[in-house]
Design a protein around this ligand. Structure first.
Ligand SMILES: [Zn+2]
Length: 383
């Protein structure tokens, strides 16, 4: 008897076409962070040929988005102007109207759909689209740098084919657009760990937001105060995410791997190091590493983005132990990185910022609330 063939390698998705677009010189979302991540993965000898990227079409995007809104995106993409479109979230500083914004959005959503297909139809255990994870967009409104909500589109696409899908979002911001997309249904479960809504955009994501009607218990929120750091974050993650997923038994899991939770991100203050972020990634691999659709997300300090997602990709390959402590020398020199900024993996340190004690007390209450109110609905068992 022949041994069964090994599963196809983790699927890597990348295209230089992404780099043709630009939110503008003063915007915090730098699309060139994707090129830097790709370069770092190559320098670490972890590169793989990318699957060809195709844009999503309007029919696919309308799995989640309003067709009229998609028409407006296409019009503005060809002839950028901002008058009269503020009601759609377009033209505000966060969501500038720039040439090709529809093509940019369609390309990143197409890559996410492709990641879903590679995992659900072609036998890949995991597929990684670093350009995806635009979790704030609403059906007819751009929000938080996101014009189309590719996680919601992928989840809808998997559900349409009869699958049960869980979504786990570790971006520093609440995964609001994805949560609202599935707020009334028990067929998709959303979990978001994020900085507390009283302190950060989009101002939602309290633990009390648990879903509605038949969907009650299927939206899980873990808001965390600034300065939560690795220890609090890891504890909350371990006490909530594995038991909830084990109870829900998803066919596939879509993750949003925003890296703005890391220390020194200019927009958020959770202050994780690569130890805390890497812990979540390794748990993802253990829990659902054979049915994992991995998407990017936020991250506004470009070197953090590159090292966070290089670590993520290394974990997907099962090669995280091969990572060096420091970034490659050529890269440090070109980017003129100070000695302290040259780490690929953060050195162990106890930060204990000024809000740590408050964060710790609040996190305990949050986890207790989730375990008391949501676990019985899902049949989840406290670890
Ligand atoms: Zn974010």
């Amino acid at each position: 008897m022949q041994a069964p063939p090994p599963p196809p390698a983790p699927a890597y998705i990348y295209t230089d076409q992404w780099l043709a677009f630009d939110y503008g010189p003063a915007h915090p979302l730098r699309i060139d962070r994707l090129a830097l991540t790709h370069e770092l993965i190559g320098r670490l000898n972890m590169a793989q040929p990318s699957f060809p990227v195709r844009p999503a079409d309007a029919r696919e995007l309308s799995l989640f988005h309003d067709p009229r809104y998609l028409d407006i995106l296409q019009e503005l993409s060809m002839m950028p102007q901002t008058a009269d479109y503020y009601a759609f979230g377009l033209g505000a500083a966060d969501n500038p109207v720039f040439p090709g914004l529809f093509e940019w959005s369609a390309l990143l959503a197409g890559a996410s759909l492709q990641a879903g297909e590679l995992v659900s139809m072609l036998g890949h255990h995991v597929a990684f689209n670093m350009s995806g994870g635009m979790h704030h967009a609403l059906p007819a409104r751009a929000s938080g740098f996101c014009y189309v909500n590719d996680p919601a589109v992928v989840i809808k696409d998997l559900m349409k084919r009869g699958h049960r899908v869980a979504y786990v979002d570790i971006d520093a911001h609440h995964g609001d657009g994805v949560q609202w997309a599935f707020y009334d249904t028990p067929q998709a479960l959303t979990i978001s760990l994020h900085q507390h809504p009283a302190t950060l955009f989009p101002g939602t994501g309290l633990a009390e937001e648990m879903g509605r009607g038949e969907g009650k218990g299927y939206s899980v929120n873990v808001p965390l105060w600034p300065d939560s750091e690795d220890d609090i974050y890891i504890r909350c993650f371990d006490e909530v995410v594995p038991p909830v997923l084990e109870a829900f038994k998803p066919d596939y899991v879509v993750t949003q791997l925003g890296v703005d939770s890391l220390l020194s991100d200019p927009l958020a203050n959770l202050n994780l190091t690569t130890r805390g972020y890497g812990h979540c990634l390794k748990r993802f691999r253990e829990l659902f590493g054979d049915r994992w659709v991995a998407l990017g997300g936020g991250g506004y300090e470009v070197v953090n983005v590159a090292r966070g997602w290089a670590l993520a990709w290394a974990v997907m390959l099962g090669r995280e132990d091969e990572l060096p402590e420091k970034l490659p020398r050529e890269m440090c020199e070109r980017l003129k990185l100070r000695e302290d900024d040259q780490w690929l993996l953060d050195p162990a340190e106890k930060l204990r910022g000024r809000y740590f004690a408050r964060a710790e007390a609040d996190a305990k209450e949050t986890v207790a609330l989730i375990q008391r109110e949501i676990f019985p609905i899902l049949g989840a068992v406290k670890p």
